[in-house]
Design a protein around this ligand. Structure first.
Ligand code: SF4
Ligand code: SF4
Length: 296
């Protein structure tokens, strides 16, 4: 690997892996197709598209030879009053990750492309295959040292980089006998057989991606997202917080209250959540969630 690239990766001080570009295994492709056929993607119609691309990353970047996969830990220990998912408290990860990875991209010859939740790429599958972490029953990737509180970003490149496997795992199954996330999940949507969760009743999906009214009678604990299956997980004990300042709660988020959100105008929503992932749910979605927040 070019030494400049190695230095930059070391300076980033983030867990990463490098693996060759190849087709996704038949087993994983079939499992994904079954998940779609059963309608478990709920209203996320974009997940039904680009089946062939999802099964072969080379179709995302013609001539792609290697994938550099980087974990960006996001869990900040700063306390805030607002009940929102941990990942959404700082700046939008799509922007932050690109800012960190662009200098890396500049050091790689040939064509390259950054994917961060922005392309039909099986990010967790590749991260696990490359040895960056292991996938638990809650479908999250657990990265040693940081647990599941990580964004996964991938640089696809036409340059062949030497493979790099950062971790070797003793047990193929990280969960063992544990079933805590299944029992604690408020949507009861984590299958015990290790297959993908049913987004139709996942509170994270419902509060962020779902458009329209919430299911009648649903009482929420959070107005944006859900961390329950990560919070109860023993694999998330004794992990380090993020050292990425952009993921610490913004001043706007720190001082925001439910009462202030209840009185928000479109103008103030746009100003406060500019550059925040929370803008995804739009003001109507946030107010809808607020109205179904459990009072105790
Ligand atoms: S995010 Fe919440 S609702 Fe969704 S699977 Fe995890 S615990 Fe269940
Ligand atoms: S809570 Fe238990 S079963 Fe669920 S992902 Fe964590 S270790 Fe696995």
């Amino acid at each position: 690997m070019a030494s400049n690239l190695e230095q930059l990766l070391r300076r980033l001080n983030l867990p990463y892996a490098i693996c060759p570009v190849e087709p996704v295994s038949d087993e994983a492709v079939e499992a994904y197709r079954r998940w779609i056929a059963e309608g478990r993607q709920a209203g996320m119609a974009y997940l039904e598209k680009y089946d062939a691309v999802r099964a072969n990353p080379e179709l995302l970047l013609p001539g792609a030879r290697s994938m550099l996969i980087v974990a960006f830990p996001y869990r900040s220990e700063a306390e805030i009053e607002l009940p929102i998912a941990l990942y959404a408290r700082g700046r939008d990860y799509h922007d932050v990750v690109r800012e960190y990875l662009n200098p890396i991209l500049a050091e790689i010859p040939g064509d390259s492309r950054i994917c961060v939740d922005s392309a039909p790429l099986r990010e967790r599958y590749w991260a696990a295959k490359a040895g960056l972490g292991q996938i638990g029953l809650n479908n999250q990737l657990f990265v040693p040292g940081f647990g599941s509180y990580c964004f996964i970003a991938t640089v696809l490149t036409t340059t062949q980089l030497p493979p790099y496997r950062p971790f070797e795992f003793q047990n193929a199954d990280p969960c063992g006998e544990c079933r805590r996330c299944i029992d604690a999940c408020p949507g009861k949507c984590i299958p015990a057989d290790g297959s993908a969760i049913d987004a139709r009743s996942c509170i994270s999906y419902i509060t962020i991606e779902h458009r329209g009214p919430l299911p009648a009678g649903l009482r929420l604990r959070s107005i944006y997202g859900c961390d329950v299956c990560q919070q109860v997980c023993p694999l998330n004990r004794d992990i380090k917080p993020t050292h990425i300042p952009e993921f610490a709660p913004s001043d706007a988020i720190k001082t925001l209250t439910l009462a202030k959100i209840g009185n928000m105008t479109q103008e103030s929503f746009s100003a406060i959540f500019r550059g925040s992932p929370i803008k995804r749910t739009k003001l109507t979605g946030l107010l809808r969630n607020l109205n179904q927040l459990a009072t105790k």
